[in-house]
Design a protein around this ligand. Structure first.
Ligand SMILES: NC(=O)C[C@H](N)C(=O)O
Length: 345
């Protein structure tokens, strides 16, 4: 039986009700005890309480620190399960993937209902995560989220429900596996690029997300740049469009060398530079289309790429931010390898 490590970081799965609202209180050992009761998982698990926070209180440095802990845990075990709040789980999963690259199974899970709920979902979710991490079928699947009986790849995963139990989906990709009382089934192996961030990275440069909404002007873009953003992710309309004033402002910034990545506020499907005055102008000016990545994952990707750039604007392989970002997206299956050639206007 493989040996696992359980890293407990908090989240609703570990909360109890108080007069002031839900508060993280249950330890990793308590979570594990309940989860073992679901399907009788009796494998060896080392438990470490890493944080005791709801995930809205986590920070990028804290998650980079967690990546170091996961790396150590992987050296001592066959798989790692991380219990985590659901609100930012898709960002932690993605950032862990950026730092670990291809690895043994590291699966995140949590709950929509608290530890002291009369009908909690946490024990079954954790039981499924343990079963996944311990199963030979999970070999080579790297960082995933196991939740409500499905296993989802870190890239493209998204919290889609506020309180519903089937809280996560990877809308453009689908689950790579299922775990339930019948056992573990793997349907696909995700494409996992090599690690982007070197071990010991402590923080990332500031990258801002600017939203598109009916009639928005360039004020948000200008405020983000004034606020010190070294790159922008624009949460575009539809397949990656922007209003005329935002398009003009972003084209100007791209011409001055500011990195811009385009995502879609629809939450599903890939973006493309299709429309004159919007996405086509951005693409022509050098913006990177982020495939099926959410704004939040694209923000971490761009920040990580910028963290690897020297003062001359190139990384160790001599690649500029756009080339490196596009290569990562292609390696992760987020964009076709020949994206430019493939878009039929
Ligand atoms: N369901 C949850 O875990 C939500 C909680 N606010 C968290 O992200 O920590």
């Amino acid at each position: 039986m493989p040996r696992l490590t359980l890293l407990a970081t908090g989240g609703t799965i570990a909360t109890r009700a108080t007069g002031a609202g839900r508060v993280v209180g249950a330890t990793g050992a308590e979570l594990l005890e309940r989860a073992r009761g679901v399907w009788g998982f009796d494998g060896e698990v080392d438990v470490l309480d890493v944080e005791g926070l709801v995930s809205s209180a986590l920070t990028v440095p804290a998650v980079l620190g967690l990546a170091g802990t996961v790396r150590q845990a992987l050296a001592a075990s066959d798989g790692v399960v991380v219990t985590h709040g659901t609100d930012t789980m898709e960002e932690t999963a993605f950032l862990l993937g950026l730092t670990l690259g291809p690895s043994a199974p590291v699966t995140l899970t949590g709950a929509q209902r608290p530890f002291d709920d009369a009908a909690p979902d946490g024990p079954r979710n954790l039981a499924a995560a343990l079963a996944w991490a311990a199963d030979p079928a999970a070999e080579g699947t790297g960082v995933t989220i196991t939740f409500a009986d499905v296993v989802l790849p870190a890239v493209g995963v998204h919290k889609t429900k506020t309180l519903g139990l089937e809280a996560f989906a990877a809308p453009t990709r689908g689950p790579i596996g299922h775990v339930d009382e019948t056992g573990v089934r793997r349907h696909a192996r995700p494409e996992i690029p090599g690690p982007l961030l070197p071990p010991g990275t402590a923080d990332l440069p500031r990258v801002a997300v600017v939203p598109q909404y009916l009639g928005v002007d360039a004020a948000d873009v200008e405020a983000a740049v004034r606020g010190g953003a070294r790159g922008l992710v624009v949460a575009g309309f539809g397949a990656g469009n922007t209003t005329p004033p935002v398009t003009a402002a972003l084209v100007r910034l791209l011409e001055r060398g500011l990195p811009v990545v385009v995502t879609s506020r629809t939450g599903s499907g890939a973006v493309a530079g299709l429309y004159a005055g919007g996405g086509a102008d951005l693409a022509a000016a050098g913006a990177v289309m982020a495939g099926d990545l959410s704004h939040w994952q694209a923000r971490l990707l761009l920040a990580a790429v910028l963290a690897t750039q020297d003062d001359d604007g190139r990384d160790r392989d001599g690649e500029d931010w756009a080339t490196r970002t596009r290569r990562w997206l292609a390696d992760a299956g987020a964009v076709p390898r020949r994206a430019e050639a493939a878009v039929r206007k």
